[in-house]
Design a protein around this ligand. Structure first.
Ligand SMILES: [Zn+2]
Length: 265
């Protein structure tokens, strides 16, 4: 019995590593992403801060539009001390209230959303998600234990709390919430993030100041996502300064200029 199991396991692993992932369509990834998002939505405390909610409701659609991507966009403001924000493949975003005091103004929120949205529009981690989705479908068939497996495999709290997810959606959640992007992906997200905020009508120079504040706020400890494999503060500043003139030009051409927008108190 054991031999059969391990043979099956080896077969599954070899299938999973043998480029099964490209067969998983973007539609499938987005559908698992939507399940995970709905689960987060059901299990999170949604912020009652009217001012911050209104701000997110202004900024998120502007960034979405500036990205030029035709996703089924949605966003949430989650009540949590975590300094975090994310955008899943397919355009499901969340901002945690813990990040708001660090942002200090609306343009910085646009910069963070721009960065997160760029990870989604540039399909960062697509292969990783595809592999996770495939792996867990097969795992579910064999062991029927993907849900339990998810609990053990999850590293972050958000991932662990998604216990109702099974199979492919659990695989997606693990791949998404425990994700680490490559340094190259982070740089690309910074680049397009600054472009999106400028096109959305926010002063792109604020991206430079935001990342400085984020660095200071983290105090050497890495908040989720932004600081994992991020470019060094010096490189990030250098890059954002280098891209600034072209993004200032986009900002000037945008139909509305909001500058730094409203202050976050
Ligand atoms: Zn990032």
């Amino acid at each position: 019995m054991k031999i059969i199991f391990f043979t099956l396991l080896l077969f599954v692993q070899s299938c999973a590593s043998k480029k099964m992932s490209p067969n998983v369509s973007e539609q499938e990834i987005n559908s698992q992403s939507e399940k995970a998002y709905n689960e987060v939505k059901a299990k999170s405390k949604i912020s009652q801060n009217a001012e911050w909610t209104a701000m997110l409701n202004r900024v998120a659609p502007r960034i979405a539009k500036a990205s030029g991507e035709n996703f089924k966009w949605e966003w949430l403001l989650i009540e949590s001390p975590e300094v975090n924000a994310w955008c899943m493949p397919g355009g499901k975003m969340a901002v945690y209230t813990g990040i708001m005091p660090v942002l200090k103004n609306e343009a910085a929120l646009a910069a963070v959303l721009g960065h997160e949205v760029a990870h989604a529009t540039k399909r960062h981690g697509k292969e990783r998600y595809a592999r996770a989705v495939t792996g867990n479908i097969v795992g579910l068939v064999i062991g029927g234990a993907a849900v339990l497996g998810g609990q053990f495999l999850c590293k972050t709290q958000t991932c662990k709390s998604l216990t109702a997810l099974s199979g492919a959606a659990a695989g997606f959640a693990i791949a998404f919430f425990d994700r680490k992007f490559s340094r190259g992906d982070e740089t690309e997200a910074d680049k397009f993030g600054q472009e999106y905020m400028a096109k959305a009508g926010y002063d792109p120079s604020e991206a430079i100041h935001l990342w400085e504040r984020m660095g200071a706020a983290s105090g050497g400890k890495a908040p989720p996502e932004f600081m994992s494999t991020h470019p060094s503060d010096v490189t990030r500043r250098k890059n954002l300064t280098e891209w600034l003139p072209q993004n200032q030009a986009l900002y000037t051409k945008s139909p509305n200029q909001y500058g730094l927008g409203e202050v976050i108190r």
